[in-house]
Design a protein around this ligand. Structure first.
Ligand SMILES: C[S@@+](CC[C@H](N)C(=O)[O-])C[C@H]1O[C@@H](n2cnc3c(N)ncnc32)[C@H](O)[C@@H]1O
Length: 229
């Protein structure tokens, strides 16, 4: 069973996400375990302080080494980590998160997510991470939304997590290094003059498959030509 630990100074941010999502269902089905860990539990002063001013000056506060080293070691053990363990530091400087990485993480045994806050981490904390991962070229206030996105994309790939079975994830955009999924339609067959393509109503599964493959390629070339180059 995949174990996911998320270390954060804002554990309450995960409450709704963990109670109302596919992730909640996957936990209830015993497919994975998700633990939200409060970084402040590893602070040692009365104010449960986890940040301090940067050396050399500059705006804002940085997360301190002590609480992070203790928290990660409490969850993952000391380095070298056991096989199947990934420690993911959320950072705008990291590798861009994508479906391939979600596939990688869903095949691991234990993933620890490190959510930064304030101006970010003391640079020495990075030595704890096996991966530095970004959600994209923008800066968020904290790593919580990045970790939540990564947990969601990872957990929905676990066998049994999606209602539609393994095929549900395998046919989706980006699956196994692929392009975009073909457009999909549901009832009614005509809405405000816009018709569902005839072939989808034909019941001819071979023709439907061929149409989906063609449309997936057409859409990928139009919207994401970088994926077909
Ligand atoms: C305000 S940001 C720190 C930004 C940092 N000072 C910089 O300029 O690169 C605080 C934390 O939010 C998280 N974060 C912000 N943007 C992110 C992104 N695009 N992807 C992943 N995590 C991000 C990281 O954990 C980061 O340490």
């Amino acid at each position: 069973m995949l174990r996911l630990d998320v270390i954060s100074v804002q554990p309450a941010m995960f409450r709704g996400f963990l109670e109302e999502s596919i992730v909640a269902r996957a936990v209830a089905k015993g497919l994975c375990e998700v633990n939200i860990v409060n970084l402040r539990d590893f602070a040692h002063d009365v104010h449960r302080k986890v940040d301090d001013k940067p050396y050399g000056g500059g705006p804002g506060m940085l997360m301190m080494c002590g609480p992070w080293f203790e928290a990660v070691e409490a969850r993952a053990g000391a380095k070298p980590y056991p096989a199947g363990t990934r420690v993911v530091m959320t950072s705008p400087a990291g590798r861009r998160f994508d479906q391939r990485m979600a596939e990688e993480l869903s095949a691991e045994g234990h993933v620890v997510f490190m959510c930064g806050h304030y101006e970010g981490f003391d640079a020495r904390i990075e030595s704890l991470a096996t991966d530095l991962v970004s959600l994209g070229d923008f800066v968020m206030t904290g790593g919580e939304l990045a970790a939540a996105a990564m947990v969601d994309a990872t957990v929905r790939l676990l066998p049994g997590a999606l209602g539609g079975g393994p095929a549900a994830a395998a046919s989706e955009s980006f699956a196994h290094g692929g392009g975009l999924e073909a457009p999909q339609y549901t009832h009614p067959a005509e809405f405000r003059g816009m018709k569902v393509p005839e072939v989808l109503l034909s019941g001819d599964h071979a023709k439907i498959e061929a149409w989906r493959r063609r449309e997936a390629l057409r859409l990928t070339e139009k919207e994401r030509p970088d994926l077909v180059r």
